[in-house]
Unconditional design. Structure first.
Lengths: 159, 801
């Protein structure tokens, strides 16, 4: 067992973990962050995407011990004081989810995408979400939501 | 108290944002795998790497010594605890089916079949120990090729004596719905014969299947990522010899199904049996690789087709000879899936003669069963490809050839050659709208320019004018098809003392948006605010009766049950309203949530009646203190959505790469409750149909190992693989249900596959190509082009010599 200290959604956790424990299993099983989910075992689906020190990672391809001392944010830490994050709101308003299983990862990846490129084209959004699979929506409304969120961010920035 | 303020004049038809999103976008989710119970144990399955083998021995001794391991069981250990897994659809009285135990006992019949289960205190420990189970196998001949299997070259089940499970036939001459197809073929001016391959697909829901069983207490609770909690409860009770009343099944948040979670699975049965053996809560969650290997697959048919036509383009007969791969076992509705297609090969057309034969065949592959569309995409693909072939043969525009054969809007209701009565539709209107949105004539002109200029990137245009049978299903029809259950749906409306409303539906959603759509229906009917309505489903303790979600049935059948229950509430409330308003019930009118004495301003709201009923201080004599009502709705007919889908692709003849250029679809799904949700269903459905056309195939190697056993190799398309499509609608209301709705869950998937492949073939037809097997991957397209051009040059060379 290895001792790690990780900040998850603003709260600091100190835990003993097996060195082989994946970050996603640590988050789900030890921290109780079940909002982050596992959809595959080959890092293809992106359902487990979280932010590690502000950048999106697939938490199935990071060991918990690699997150020692790091700051992790998950879908559960996005809204503040009951206010949805603009990306969460954009997904809701654009009907960008159906079953919702890919949604946590999709939203985390979309936020990272806009952090990198605040004014993406549709093509850039599609490329930027290539590592996240959705089986329900055909991606059309997801792409629309990300573009809408980019617009919202833009108008907020000019306020 | 008034309950009618702050609501739009009508919810029905408005693009309400979904109420179920709130917990899904914030991660406050209840997936089965999230469940953790005190003392819960974890299961790991040991699966066969062999496709067909005798099990010589299974040694679990080392596994039982593993860290944290509580127990391990073989097939023999649990064989007596349950009957075989159920097949609810014996399509013929003679249907042959092997016994299917949850864990294989002495023979494995596909790679991925469970041979042992290990139970440990953590999932990781269970998986570690599963590696220690030692299984010895003796190879048996592997049956993989569908044609060879049908010819019984080797048999999967020697005891059955054949690989043929059943042969099912429909003949319009015999049924009295049309003429004799052989006469039509022999007398035809033109006969087109084709053989198409419906490749094997995997539903690939994004939430892996998971089951938690809590055997503590007097009633055993099963949580499962399933589409069918009610059917699952009945089947588990029957299979595992448990009183149905002692079982509660819950489908909590379920992450997609697409037919793939319409099953009673070996994993569910195993988890239940182990939990009962050990008396402790148990959880099993599959890995993606296990899911791809062992959750049921879809499609996998060979379609031999003969179309007879006149030179004027009128089709005179269609003969369909189908081989359908069951895989190794018959699941819940495995054998019925191709039969659902039997009624759809004639599609929107007025064919005078039709014959359909389906041969259901066993192989040593994963079992097949329902996958989005189930039988109908295969049928639609075949006929829509054939109509393009007919058009090409006669050098007529593909839309024109369809128009010469389709049912005109004034001809409804129309009884088809397959014996179904189509209630309504307007193929002309949907097609005209789609052509306009698509810019059909301009794209045809561009196509001609590229052909004339020998552009290495050719443009292809594909058409699909589909219909489908939805709203499964009238119970009597299911009975006539030997299906083991009915097709009704149940609902309850519960009026709470505070005026809030609980609606219980037997239709269990897993992404379809029932909570929102059902709320809209009830809000309008009862005049109650949308937000005051709570939709409850997916728990047999709450929703006691139901037949669940599949076959685009939820709204057409379940929505009608909700409407009927709401009407009963109004009827009950009216009696109490009359009493409280001191009027005759005959003089009471109900509108927008208020009961009014006709011709007066004396009125009372439904919420006030709810409270008065709860208090029960002043009810009429003999009237019970409850407004709650139940209703069961059994449809009188299927519903028949239709639409016209047009696709343009660019095919690079030098690389074989197919790029989607434009996709337009105009769907007619009858009345629309929520256009946002309908559009979303079409988007997702079209994407899955495109995936069959271009990307996905479950591939086995010669030893029967699934090569596409992870998302690295099974190509579920990503956002980068698809384009934004244009959707629109026409609206021909269904005349067989009061809502006028038709269903939309499978429409896109059924329509889009032939539209895309027709486009690919259209791009390459000048090269002498008239078919490309799906998926139209770059390598397959390139090889087809190479073969066509080299044979053309060989012909030229031969002529020169």
């Amino acid at each position: 067992m290895t001792h790690i200290t990780v900040t998850v959604d603003g709260t600091k956790y100190s835990d003993e973990v097996e060195p082989r424990t994946l970050l996603v299993h640590y988050l789900r099983e030890q921290v109780g962050k079940t909002g982050t989910v596992v959809g595959c075992d080959t890092s293809n689906c992106g359902a487990c995407t979280v932010h590690l020190n502000g950048r999106s990672v697939k938490s199935c391809s990071v060991l918990a011990v690699q997150a020692d001392g790091a700051d992790v944010s998950t879908i559960e830490g996005l809204s503040t004081n009951g206010e949805l994050h603009p990306m969460q709101l954009a997904f809701h308003e654009n009907h960008a989810l159906q079953c919702g299983f890919c949604t946590p990862g999709m939203i985390m990846q979309s936020i990272d995408l806009l952090n990198e490129n605040p004014h993406p084209t549709e093509h850039e959004v599609r490329d930027g979400l290539e590592g996240n699979l959705c089986r329900c929506t055909g991606y059309q409304n997801i792409v629309k939501a990300v573009l809408a969120a980019a617009g919202a961010t833009d108008s907020e920035a000019t306020r | 108290m008034t309950v009618t303020e702050d609501r739009p004049a009508t919810e029905f038809g408005s693009p309400r944002l979904r109420k179920e999103d709130a917990h899904l976008v914030t991660g406050r989710t209840r997936w089965t795998d999230n469940i953790s119970l005190p003392g819960m144990l974890h299961l790991a399955m040991v699966r066969s790497p062999m496709a067909h083998a005798k099990i010589r021995s299974v040694d679990t001794d080392a596994a039982k010594q593993g860290s944290g391991v509580i127990a391990a069981f073989t097939g023999a250990d649990l064989a007596d605890d349950h009957a075989g897994l159920p097949n609810a659809w014996p399509v013929t009285p003679e249907q042959k089916a092997p016994e299917h135990k949850a864990i294989a006992v002495d023979t494995v019949n596909f790679a991925g079949e469970i041979v042992a289960v290990v139970v440990a205190r953590s999932a990781a420990e269970a998986r570690d120990a599963a590696e220690l189970v030692d299984v010895e196998y003796d190879d048996l001949p592997v049956v993989l090729d569908l044609n060879d299997a049908a010819a019984d070259k080797e048999v999967v089940y020697p005891d059955l004596g054949t690989n043929v499970s059943a042969v099912w036939t429909f003949d319009s001459g015999e049924a009295g719905t049309g003429g004799d197809v052989e006469e039509a073929i022999s007398g035809a001016e033109l006969v087109i014969k084709r053989t198409y391959r419906q490749q094997r697909l995997i539903p690939a829901f994004i939430e892996p299947r998971s089951t938690v069983v809590d055997p503590t207490g007097e009633q055993t609770t099963v949580w499962s990522a399933t589409q069918i909690p009610h059917i699952l409860r009945l089947m588990l009770a029957l299979t595992c010899n448990i009183s149905e009343s002692k079982l509660r099944v819950v489908a909590p948040d379920v992450g997609g199904g697409f037919g793939g979670k319409l099953q009673v699975t070996p994993e569910e049965v195993t988890t239940l049996l182990v939990a009962r053996r050990l008396g402790k809560p148990c959880k099993y969650t599959e890995t993606r690789s296990e899911s791809l290997m062992a959750a049921h697959h879809g499609r996998d048919q060979i379609q031999k087709l003969t179309l007879a036509a006149n030179r004027d383009g009128t089709v005179t007969g269609l003969k369909v000879e189908l081989l359908a791969d069951m895989g190794a076992y018959l699941g819940l509705v495995t054998s019925g899936v191709p039969i659902l297609g039997a009624f759809m090969y004639n599609a929107i057309y007025k064919f005078p003669a039709y014959h359909f034969t389906c041969t259901n065949v066993f192989t040593n592959k994963a079992w097949t069963d329902a996958y989005r569309g189930a039988g109908r995409p295969e049928a639609t693909y075949a006929i829509e490809r054939l109509m393009d072939e007919l058009a090409a043969e006669l050098d007529v525009d593909p839309i024109e050839i369809r128009e010469r054969n389709w049912i005109k809007h004034e001809e409804f209701p129309f009884t088809t050659v397959a014996g179904l009565e189509y209630d309504s539709g307007n193929y002309e209107a949907a097609t005209e709208k789609a052509k306009q949105l698509f810019g059909y004539d301009d794209l045809r002109a561009e196509q001609q320019r590229r052909r004339d200029g020998n552009d290495p990137v050719q443009l292809g245009i594909g058409t699909s004018t589909f219909t489908e049978m939805c709203g499964l299903a009238p119970s009597r029809v299911l009975g006539s098809l030997s299906y083991g259950a009915g097709g009704w749906e149940h609902a309850s409306v519960r009026m709470l003392a505070s005026g809030k409303v609980e609606v219980v539906t037997g239709s269990s959603a897993h992404g379809q948006g029932h909570e929102t759509a059902w709320s809209q229906i009830v809000a309008d009917r009862l005049g109650v605010p949308f937000d005051d309505i709570e939709i409850l489903h997916g728990d047999t303790q709450v929703s006691a009766r139901g037949l669940d979600t599949y076959g685009s049935r939820s709204l057409t059948v379940g929505g009608m049950a909700v409407l009927a229950a709401a009407d009963k509430v109004i009827d009950k409330a009216k009696v109490i309203a009359a009493h409280l308003l001191e009027a005759s019930a005959d003089d009471i009118e109900f509108a927008s949530g208020r009961f009014t004495v006709r011709g007066t301003d004396s009125s009372i709201g439904l919420g006030d009646i709810s409270l008065a009923t709860f208090a029960a201080h002043n009810l009429p004599d003999g009237v019970e203190a409850s407004l709650d009502a139940d209703a069961t709705f059994d449809p009188v007919n299927f519903s028949f959505p239709h639409g016209t889908h047009l696709c343009a692709v660019e095919v690079d003849t030098e690389t074989g790469v197919v790029e989607l250029r434009k996709y337009v679809c105009v769907d007619d799904v009858g009345t629309v409750v929520n256009p946002l949700i309908v559009e979303g269903q079409v988007h997702g459905g079209v994407a899955q149909g495109i995936a069959q056309a271009l990307f996905e195939e479950a591939v086995y190697d010669e030893s029967g190992t699934l090569v596409t056993g992870s998302f690295v190799d099974y190509l579920v398309p990503s956002a980068a693989d698809l384009i934004s499509i244009t959707t629109d609608r026409t609206e021909s209301q269904s005349t067989t249900n009061e809502l006028g709705v038709k269903g939309v869950g499978e429409a896109g998937t059924i329509a889009s596959t032939p539209a895309v492949v027709n486009a690919v073939v259209d791009a390459l037809r000048p090269l002498g190509i008239n078919d490309i097997q799906m998926p139209c991957s770059p390598s397959r397209v390139w090889k087809t082009i190479r073969a066509a051009t080299s044979s053309a040059s060989a012909r030229t060379d031969g002529g020169a010599a």
